[in-house]
Design a protein around this ligand. Sequence first.
Ligand SMILES: NC(=O)c1ccc[n+]([C@@H]2O[C@H](COP(=O)([O-])OP(=O)(O)OC[C@H]3O[C@@H](n4cnc5c(N)ncnc54)[C@H](OP(=O)(O)O)[C@@H]3O)[C@@H](O)[C@H]2O)c1
Length: 226
Amino acid sequence: MSLLNGRIAIVSGAGSGLGRATSLSFAKEGAEVALLGRRESKLQETAALIKQTTGREALIIPTDITQEEQIQSAVQQVVDRWGTIHVLLNNAAVLEPGSVLELTSEDWHAQVATNLTGPFLLTRAVLPAMRKSKYGRIINITSGLSWNGAGGYAAYSAAKAGLESLTRTLADEEHEHGILVNLYNPGTLRTEMHATGKDPAVVTPDLNRLASLPVGGPTGTIVSYG
Ligand SMILES: NC(=O)c1ccc[n+]([C@@H]2O[C@H](COP(=O)([O-])OP(=O)(O)OC[C@H]3O[C@@H](n4cnc5c(N)ncnc54)[C@H](OP(=O)(O)O)[C@@H]3O)[C@@H](O)[C@H]2O)c1
């Protein structure tokens, strides 16, 4: 039996890198997958890969996760299509260099908007459906830069540290509603964001496991690759 049979999943940043690999991996495990990201052409490529590999029709929803109305509309489209949402992967992020001295407030706000406020907005939008069915598995993608003194990446590392704190708060708030919320640190991946590292497909078994945790499973934890 596949790990995610009958599950409905939303993946942000599904048009490239880890988001694409995990969307495919969720679909292979039996999930219906909604693909969110800004570039529609990249989401179409992911959907074509899913169709070719699994025969499934993914739902393409061009969405900027910094825009609250777009998020509400995306979540509504998923509920209209499949009735509920079981899994949310908060994966979309941007990485721009800049020390505290160098960063303009615009640069700071832009990275915090995508890497911290976006996951907050998306999570808040899916919670009513998850609470209704008393089931949810939320995975937030973090990075070692949140804690290892990432000089030159001040906004990214602070936003990821905020996401880690938000994850633990949310785990505390939602466990009684059957919703488990965990962090995943993939280590370095070779993607649009980072020129060198592992193929993202290497880490997707970990994400399949976090997306299919049993009732009463761990929540508020951080899982790292390897
Ligand atoms: N690569 C690494 O070494 C590494 C290491 C540790 C953690 N991570 C984390 O892994 C996750 C995936 O990153 P990746 O390496 O796969 O990089 P990636 O290929 O650049 O993927 C990031 C995705 O986020 C989407 N995105 C960015 N801003 C968005 C917005 N405002 N609204 C919606 N989607 C947005 C991008 O698509 P659009 O531009 O089309 O919107 C893109 O598909 C991120 O959370 C990253 O922080 C990566």
